[in-house]
Design a protein around this ligand. Structure first.
Ligand code: 0X9
Ligand code: ZN
Length: 445
């Protein structure tokens, strides 16, 4: 009897502890500053008034600023804006309703070979990891499950490699480093799924020509925690009475120099030192171990519809900025063809704000990876981090279009070339040439 009671206590305890954070009648504002003065008002508000949650920053390049207000502080917030004549619209009057509508699913296999995800819902961490296992079983010669590292709470950072043989250069996909940006893992999963299942020639070539390293959720603790607090961004390290380090401020490149904080209560807390967090320390080691092969590194965030390139500390066009810009711009052109979605391309500091300690800067500077980009996916503040499930597929399709174009344009500019003639691409080409030569010879005779 005592045992049963104790078991009951153990089973109910996590539920008591895991009180869900609710956002009833929290409203999402799209604020439209018209001049420097209005921008300054917003900057002051962001710095001095913690009641308002800035989902995007009031930077000079911003066409809008997304801000969340609790119901208690809405009137005052609107009064502040109205007093300075700042335009705004409420794009979502009660974000809890949107949170409730978001579908989140575990992954269930109807049979051994069924590896299909649905693109009309989000998946739990367990669901994504089960799907990865299913892929490895369904494609035993192509898919290998990988552990990219470990988390503060002791989870593994699970990823996988898609490879059609040795000798290929690699493309690395990093998803979910900010846990509330749910569209990021969904996009990364979709790219992998296309590479494995598409019959489209260009996609099949992309799958065959590279080793793809795919890590949909690089902040697993945070992702799990978003089921309790949908707006959680950081990892889950306890710091006094606070929690969490921003894993995209913790990489060892200009750590804490710009756009990062030493205050653990902020969303941009950079941690106790560079690579203080197990997630960034272990994942960076993994990436470093394969870095000789990596030709392109893509990090996926949301939201704002941007394609960012290094670096976050300066607007100076460093490294191969010009090439990367041209390749990126053309890829964003391809992205816009399907549904007209517009992305801006630029380096971090010029397109958004100065921010250092992010993954792409470290990958670019330390590992010298030729092409490194960060996607800020849909949308433009209407839903922000709460991109409705109905938009997942359209977002994924347009992003995939841009990935193929990135590869195409990169090659035009001399990147992503086969490492040696014996690599897959070279072999195919020389094989075709030999066949053509033999045929010509036969015709001549
Ligand atoms: O601030 C960030 O980490 C990213 N924006 S987000 O709204 N998704 O948080 C931008 C990342 C740009 N990269 C670096 N700062 N290195
Ligand atoms: Zn992010």
């Amino acid at each position: 009897m005592l045992k049963i009671l104790l078991l009951g206590l153990v089973l109910t305890l996590p539920n008591v502890l895991s009180q869900k954070v609710r956002y009833d009648n929290y409203s999402l504002y799209k604020v439209l500053p018209k001049n420097a003065e209005q921008l300054k008002l917003l900057r002051d508000l962001q710095e001095n008034d913690s009641r308002y949650d800035f989902w995007t920053d009031p930077v000079p390049s911003a066409e809008y600023v997304s801000i969340l207000s609790s119901p208690e502080h809405k009137v005052e917030f609107e009064n502040i804006l109205k007093s300075k004549n700042v335009d705004f619209i409420i794009t979502n009057a009660n974000i809890q309703e949107s949170i409730d509508k978001e579908k989140i699913d575990s992954f269930t296999r109807s049979n051994q070979r069924n590896t299909s995800m649905s693109w009309d819902r989000y998946y739990t961490l367990e669901g994504i990891n089960d799907w990865i296992e299913a892929l490895a079983e369904a494609y035993p010669n192509i898919v290998t499950v990988l552990t990219g590292g470990t988390t503060y709470e002791g989870r593994e950072i699970i990823g996988f490699k898609i490879s059609h043989g040795p000798g290929r250069k690699a493309i690395f996909l990093e998803g979910g480093i900010h846990s509330r940006e749910w569209i990021s893992p969904a996009t990364v999963n979709f790219i992998a799924n296309e590479l494995l299942t598409s019959n489209y020639t260009e996609t099949k070539e992309a799958a065959h020509d590279f080793d793809w390293y795919i890590f949909p959720v690089t902040n697993p603790d945070g992702y799990v925690f978003t089921l309790q607090n949908r707006m959680w961004r950081k990892n889950r390290r306890p710091i006094g009475d606070q929690f969490g380090v921003d894993l995209n401020r913790n990489w060892n490149n200009n750590w804490l120099a710009e756009g990062a904080s030493t205050n653990a209560s902020t969303d941009i807390y950079a941690g106790a030192g560079p690579f203080s967090e197990p997630e960034t320390r272990t994942l960076s080691r993994f990436i470093e171990s394969i870095s000789d092969n990596i030709d392109m590194y893509l990090s996926f965030h949301s939201f704002s519809q941007l394609l960012l390139l290094p670096f976050g500390n300066t607007t100076e066009p460093l490294a191969n900025y010009e090439d990367a810009m041209k390749i990126g711009r053309r890829a964003m052109g391809a992205l816009s063809v399907r549904y007209g979605t517009q992305y801006r391309t630029g380096n971090i500091a010029e397109a958004i704000y100065k921010a250092t300690g992010g993954s792409i800067d470290w990958v670019k500077e330390r590992l010298k990876v030729p092409l490194v980009y960060c996607y800020e996916l849909r949308d433009n503040g209407t839903h922000g981090f709460l991109l409705p499930p109905e938009q997942i597929l359209d977002n994924n399709l347009e992003v995939f279009d841009s990935i193929l174009e990135l590869i195409l344009q990169a090659r035009r500019y001399g990147y992503l070339t086969p490492r040696s003639p014996s690599s897959a691409y070279g072999l195919n080409t020389s094989f075709t040439l030999i066949v053509v030569a033999v045929l010509l010879k036969l015709l001549q005779n």
